[in-house]
Design a protein around this ligand. Structure first.
Ligand code: BGC
Length: 764
């Protein structure tokens, strides 16, 4: 271990300032006289994009394995597989001389239009957090660092450098931060990359609450915070907020600004020292792993193939799949010969090799005759001749395999999608081919949902093959021919139409602001609350076999929040082929003091089962599975009461529901104040204890007043035609008392102040 303190004490102010900014697009600033080496970083996330000359900008990179992008890898729901992918990425970093891989990307898919959704895992923070933690642990187990990104609330590309994401604190804590929180607490990524955008008016790169208070102090992040490339505006403000390392470099003016700020007293040198300490720790840690040797190209290609096979989602199947050795197969669509397997932008990998769907089909089709038709052109023009040719091919075959890839220009970093549509040509093609050939199977290559209502009904099967990575073609062919039983499930909802989506009315913002008006309700949380039908629900995916869930049980029907509870269910493969099932546990809070989503994913497991085999699947639910973030207490809270545990095969396929009773161990302070309503006083245990007797008197007096002193008619047929007490309940206690001030012994303000004193004396 290097003596960081000693090196720091020998550094000049200029050297410290220089270290806090990169030396080039991909390297840190070395300090030769003190033996501080250069650290090399590279994108990420689903492959290593190592440019040959790290001191120059440039897109063309050295060959590396292009794994499936995050939409696909997330759909595996397989944390062990994601960890293996991380390990493989770590090995490639070592071979390609990369110290830190810039990934994973864990932002929420707020809208299916988000341009980088293909790089992000899910619409659900729990799932994204579990996957991210395992990804990071995989990479870092090899002695290579990661950079979890983009922290925080980067959910769109529109004006991504400037837009202010306006999100309330509870939504931030429950939806947009938990994946980062989980990954930081469980896996300690070496670096966290801040996002470009503003969060509630402040640039993420200058956001003290996010970078220092929450990330470093509350979650205990030990690594360094790096800026997204070009995200820093005011270097000094960023340092003060907790942004340790600015990228890319060199930025001579910025370095000078830091030096001057320290000299003028505007920046405390201790703040700079803290950033330097964090950077030095990571730089030296990186150098503990020698970057030599080569990686196993073939093994990694096979791993990419396995991830693709497990992440692809069979959306529809009328029984045509797996194919039963047809004699003539029509293979239609450009993507069959020109595979579309990754998205555009900084994550673009130069693959070691690329398998081609057409060739993989030929290799598995035995003696079948294969007829190919292009189907659609590379650009967005309408070509009826290509459709006619495809129809002829389909008519001459027993089955049509239709490869539909969303055009590359539709999905990229830097801009969002404008719609959820395939091209007009592609829709017309699917309709014409499926009309001519009932055995039409659509294979989709896209990184985010497309709408399908115009053609779904008439096709025999649909396989969501995603941006499937360099080996995806083999996975597609394996699934089509039944060599692999599909087991992926959607990590995001597929909506019926764009106008149905949760953020539709608040997207993409204007005048520099995007309001997260849907709050907690993104993804299935929204469709649940609105009781809306969707095309395919979150957590959904078909298999060539079937699974039965039986014997659901919990470790305790009443439990304390800190202990949590374990749910167990027996899962049986009731079909004839081996398969894998993803069991999901959603938690539903039956009654809460604040609005909560109808259900939230809090656990999952993927199990492999032979035909007829049964396995017990146990999933532990901890404190956080039941808690919500209370913006008034500014902490995660649990409340006494009943919760339903939903054991499910998807968000829309609940197999069992168990009810348990939680006992909260929290002793929360009373948060009543002089604005609190009568209802709030009564709902709070301490408030009720103190105010209860007075309330009883008020109620009796009110009844008397409005019933003319006779038989109380209050609540049934009050003389003024209203339930007066009900009206009072939603008024501040103070206001209610003001109406009765004349008959009270003290002024209402004194009475309320006295009550508040009493409750606050009872506080823990
Ligand atoms: C992207 C990051 C990426 C960085 C370096 C930025 O534009 O937002 O995700 O890691 O460039 O290429």
């Amino acid at each position: 271990m290097k003596d960081i303190a000693s090196i720091l004490s020998q550094m000049t102010l200029e050297e410290k300032a220089a270290l806090c900014t990169g030396a080039s697009a991909w390297t840190s600033t070395p300090i030769e006289r003190l033996g501080v080496p250069e650290m090399i970083v590279s994108d990420g996330p689903h492959g290593v994009r190592r440019v040959p000359d790290v001191h120059a900008l440039g897109m063309e990179s050295l060959p590396a394995t292009c794994f499936p992008t995050a939409s696909c890898s997330a759909s595996t729901w397989d944390v062990d597989l994601i960890r293996k992918m991380g390990e493989a990425l770590g090995e490639e970093c070592i071979a390609l001389n990369v110290d830190v891989l810039l990934g994973p990307g864990v932002n929420m898919k707020r809208s299916p239009l988000g341009g980088r959704n293909f790089e992000y895992f899910s619409e659900d923070p729990y799932l994204a957090g579990e996957l991210a933690a395992n990804f990071i642990q995989g990479v870092q187990s090899k002695g290579v660092g990661t950079s979890i990104k983009h922290y925080a609330v980067n959910n769109q590309e529109f004006q991504r450098f400037t837009i202010s994401a306006e999100v309330d604190e509870r939504t931030l804590r429950e939806i947009y931060l938990p994946a980062f929180e989980k990954a930081v607490k469980q896996a300690q990524p070496w670096t966290v990359m801040c996002s470009y955008n503003k969060v509630n008016g402040t640039f993420a790169s200058e956001h003290h609450t996010l970078l220092t208070d929450i990330l470093k102090n509350e979650w205990g992040f030990e690594g360094l915070v790096v800026s997204d490339w070009g995200a820093v505006r005011d270097r000094v403000a960023a340092l003060k907020a907790g942004l340790d390392w600015e990228m890319p470099g060199p930025q001579e003016r910025r370095v000078q600004a830091v030096v001057e700020a320290v000299r003028s007293g505007q920046l405390d040198e201790a703040v700079l020292d803290e950033a330097v300490r964090r950077i030095l720790r990571i730089v030296f840690k990186a150098k503990e792993t020698p970057k030599t040797g080569s990686f196993d190209v073939e093994a990694h290609h096979q791993l990419a193939r396995q991830i693709a096979a497990e992440g692809m989602v069979l959306l529809k199947n009328n029984g045509i799949l797996p194919l039963k050795q047809p004699a003539r197969i029509a293979v239609i669509g450009r993507a069959a010969k020109k595979p579309h397997f990754q998205g555009g932008g900084s994550s673009h990998i130069n693959p070691t090799r690329v398998s081609v769907p057409f060739e993989e089909i030929v290799a598995r089709a035995q003696s079948a005759e294969i007829i190919y038709a292009e189907g659609y052109p590379s650009d967005d023009v309408f070509r009826q001749d290509l459709i006619d040719e495809a129809v002829r091919a389909a008519q001459n075959a027993e089955v049509a395999l239709l490869f539909i890839a969303l055009p590359t220009y539709k999905e990229s970093e830097g801009y969002d999608r404008k719609d959820l549509d395939l091209t007009a040509q592609q829709v017309a093609l699917i309709q014409a081919v499926s009309q001519a050939q009932p055995n039409t199977v659509v294979i989709l290559n896209n990184g985010a949902p497309v709408v399908m209502s115009a053609w779904m009904e008439n096709v025999a099967a649909v396989l969501e093959a995603w941006l499937m990575g360099q080996a995806g073609a083999e996975a597609v062919a394996d699934i089509l021919f039944g060599r692999v039983n599909p087991s992926g499930k959607l990590a995001e909802t597929f909506p019926l139409a764009l106008a149905d989506t949760p953020s539709y009315l608040n997207w993409p913002g204007e005048l520099g602001v995007v309001r997260y008006g849907e709050g907690l309700f993104i993804g299935y949380r929204y469709y649940d609350a609105r009781r809306m039908p969707v095309l395919f629900p979150f957590g959904y995916g078909l298999s060539y076999t079937t699974f039965a869930y039986s014997n659901p049980r919990v470790s305790a029907s009443t439990f304390h929040d800190v202990e949590g509870v374990t749910v167990t269910v027996d899962v049986t493969n009731t079909g004839t082929v081996p398969g894998k099932e993803i069991v999901q546990i959603y938690v539903c809070d039956r009654q809460a003091s604040l609005v909560r989503p109808e259900k939230e994913l809090k656990g999952f497991a993927k199990v492999e089962l032979q035909p007829g085999e049964t396995q017990s699947v146990s999933i532990h639910l901890d404190f956080r599975a039941f808690a919500f973030y209370h913006p008034r207490y500014r902490q995660w809270v649990t409340e006494d009461g009943e919760f339903d545990l939903l054991i499910a095969a998807s968000a829309a396929d609940i197999r069992h529901r168990l009810t348990v009773t939680l006992k909260s161990t929290l002793n929360l302070p009373c948060i009543l104040d002089k604005e609190s309503t009568v209802r709030e006083w009564l709902a709070d245990p301490r408030g009720r204890a103190v105010f209860g007797p007075m309330y009883a008197q008020m109620e009796a007096a009110t009844r008397k007043m409005f019933s003319g002193g006779e038989e109380p008619r209050y609540g049934t047929e009050s003389t003024i035609g209203m339930d007066v007490m009900e009206m009072f309940k939603d008024m501040p206690l103070l206001s209610v008392l003001m109406f009765q001030a004349a008959s009270l012994p003290h002024h209402p303000e004194e009475i309320v102040a006295g009550l508040l004193q009493q409750v606050h004396r009872m506080n823990p």
